[in-house]
Write a protein that binds this ligand. Structure first.
Ligand code: SF4
Length: 359
């Protein structure tokens, strides 16, 4: 059984300055063809059972009540974790009620900053007060958990701004945070207008502050960019990090079935005319085994050594003995698992390069 499914909803009301995801401004001309192809793609997979379902984007909360209901009904009625990515300006009371009634039990809200000036720099369509009001409504709803996204390292953002964001996050008593440092992507507005990244020492100081403050407040830093209160981690993302298969459905989605990865077309016109047009990614067993290590070591849950040995017909401890010994101070073990401590997560990329040197 494939336990998880990601559905990409590629429409946005406007384009944020840092974004280079697969997204287009909502376009009625394409929309009905897109929905027809999406429903056909969902039906082709004949999904009868799912642990996690994730509607990401783009902006899934832009889907009308009718369109959301129609698409959702092609999935099993009962799903352990059903997440919908939302933006504050498009998560109306009506949609919140609809999500509650259709089994959504996790919302991921794109807040990005608690400073209006920085939201404007990012070309976001919501204000801080809109975001706070939506957060309060989610807390009062029957949706059992939710997360917000924040960005740090924005142009002209100071350490005081980051402290303000974290203090707002804590005062709003939010169960989960995904926080990313700004990456200036070539195809984003920031990339095209020559915005420079902030000083790398300041960025490192910001991240150190974020980690320390959230951990002191009782949050678990369970993945490089993810913090949660106990029991509120994203089970869907865990499927990616723990080497499991997942369907990827929609224009711009990626998936993995029977260990084979695929990328659907990112071209909306092509998707509307011909469907998902997946490109299958040919990976050797060594590449797949390395992917599993790279994903698992990002998290506090770590790598299940026995499962890895069995799946990849190898002996992890023997094969990587030199790396395990070189970075012994950074690894911890529990039962069959190996994971990195906080200091290890800080040098994750360096450690992974050493893993990759071994064939
Ligand atoms: S960040 Fe989200 S809302 Fe903004 S353009 Fe990208 S996908 Fe759309």
């Amino acid at each position: 059984m494939v336990p998880s499914c990601y559905v990409h909803i590629p429409f946005c009301d406007s384009i944020c300055s840092y974004c280079d995801f697969v997204r287009v401004q909502k376009n009625e001309m394409f929309f009905s063809n897109w929905k027809e192809q999406l429903i056909q793609e969902i039906q082709e997979y004949k999904i009868h059972d799912l642990h996690t379902l994730y509607f990401g984007g783009g902006t899934p909360s832009l889907l009308s009540v009718n369109d959301f209901s129609e698409i959702r009904n092609y999935f099993p009625a009962s799903i352990d974790e059903f997440t919908v990515e939302c933006n504050p300006e498009s998560l109306s009371d009506e949609k919140l009620r609809l999500y509650e009634s259709l089994g959504v039990n996790r919302i991921s809200l794109g807040v990005q900053s608690f400073k209006d000036e920085l939201l404007q720099v990012c070309n976001r369509r919501h204000t801080v007060s809109q975001a706070v009001s939506v957060i309060e409504k989610i807390k009062k709803s029957s949706i059992s958990t939710f997360s917000i996204d924040l960005i740090f390292g924005l142009p002209n953002q100071t350490m005081e701004d980051v402290k303000h964001d974290i203090s707002m996050f804590l005062s709003l008593d939010i169960p989960h945070l995904s926080i990313y440092s700004l990456q200036i992507e070539e195809n984003s507005v920031f990339g095209k207008t020559g915005i420079e990244p902030i000083d790398s020492d300041l960025e490192a100081d910001m991240f150190e502050y974020i980690t320390k403050t959230l951990e002191e407040a009782g949050y678990i830093h369970y993945e490089i960019s993810s913090f949660c209160k106990p029991g509120h981690h994203s089970r869907h993302n865990l499927a990616y990090w723990q080497d499991q298969d997942f369907y990827g459905i929609g224009c711009g989605a990626s998936g993995r079935i029977n260990g084979i990865r695929y990328d659907n077309t990112t071209n909306l016109k092509e998707y509307c005319l011909k469907g998902s047009c997946p490109t299958y990614i040919s990976e050797t067993l060594l590449e797949r085994s390395m992917d599993a290590i790279m994903m698992a070591l990002r998290t506090k849950f770590g790598l299940n050594i026995l499962a890895w040995n069995e799946r990849y017909q190898s002996d992890f401890r023997l094969k990587y003995a030199s790396v395990l010994s070189k970075y012994a101070a950074y690894f911890e073990y529990s039962e069959n698992h190996i994971y990195l401590n906080d200091a290890g997560l800080e040098i994750l990329n360096t450690i992974l390069v050493d893993f990759m040197m071994i064939e």
